[in-house]
Design a protein around this ligand. Sequence first.
Ligand SMILES: [Fe+2]
Length: 279
Amino acid sequence: MDHSGRDIHAIDPPDCVIRVVQLTDTHLCRRAGGTLLAMDTDHSLQVVIDRVLRERQRVDLVLGTGDLADGGASEAYERLLGYFSQVTEHHYWLSGNHDDRAAMESALDRPERLSRELRVGGWQILMLDSQVPGEVGGELGPAELEALERALSAAEEASLYTLVCLHHQPVKVGCEWLDEQMVADADRFFAVLQRHPGVRGVLWGHVHQEIDRDYRGIRLLASPSTCIQFAPGSANFRADDRPPGYRWLDLYEDGRIDTGVSRVTDVAFTVDLESGGYL
Ligand SMILES: [Fe+2]
């Protein structure tokens, strides 16, 4: 806890560039080998992690941005600990609409994995909870928005840049069925961000596709799932044949973000492209 009573988890950076990997929407089932649209989500996650380990020389932290378990089973979170720990001991988790926060907490080895505020080098990484229990769509709500405002004010005082993470998308992505699920109070969210010029990026999961846009100097980023993908531009639910992947982000001392997506190219996956939905 800091003097304001906020729970801030500090990580010592080994270098001036902070190397982050986002692994999102892992959708692990209760039992290893369980499938989503015929894809084995344990297998696809392991293949993506193998790729991270081959491609990234150093990973300082992993951000798991929600839908970590498909049905919120504690067994899935227990396995997830093992998967993410292959990359780094510094991995942090967010709740998505498929997750069960209580099951997550009980499965965790360290409570700080669910910290809202992380500080590493010249950066603050905020993990906001957009989950509305029992709902598919997201909303931050007044308490989360107030916490965001306080954290951004504190970051400004400490001259930190900020990357804001949440599960649901705060902007329309061009898929009508997904756009109905975007963060309900996104206008208020952006109004807060606009008051704080240190905010450099917003990163989310949920949409199972890659997005990289600029909004008034803030990088807006979404990423492939480590399992099934959603087809961009689809009016109704449609799975995509693009392979699983991950996003890497390098955070620089001057506030710059370098980022990209890497998808699996050397393993063939089974996916049911005719499915009408997965929720
Ligand atoms: Fe998801």
